[in-house]
Ligand binder design. Structure first.
Ligand code: ZN
Ligand code: ZN
Length: 90
């Protein structure tokens, strides 16, 4: 072992603490009230711990059984058929 002991010297703390805080907020976002989120699908409700208290329709086609209404990352199928893959409606 000849390379031990390197890498544990402290990094110079050049960033003022206040700026560090601002960066933290920019990276992780401040916690906002649920109403500030754009909850457009069942998955968004779930991820933000918000009760689904309304019918969620696909923002593209307006069908509740469209997979995009369950997860906006999924493609809109422009269909209201039951049992579509990805949809919360069976
Ligand atoms: Zn969403
Ligand atoms: Zn759709």
């Amino acid at each position: 072992m000849s390379d031990g002991g390197k890498g544990d010297s402290p990094r110079p703390f050049s960033v003022p603490l206040k700026k560090f805080d601002a960066n933290w907020d920019a990276i992780f976002g401040k916690k906002k009230p649920a109403d500030d989120f754009k909850l457009d699908c069942h998955r968004c409700f779930e991820e933000n711990d918000v009760m689904v208290d309304r019918m969620i329709l696909c923002p593209t086609c307006g069908n509740k059984r469209c997979p995009k209404a369950s997860d906006h990352r999924l493609d809109c199928t422009n269909s209201n058929d039951p049992g579509q893959p990805g949809s919360v409606y069976k």
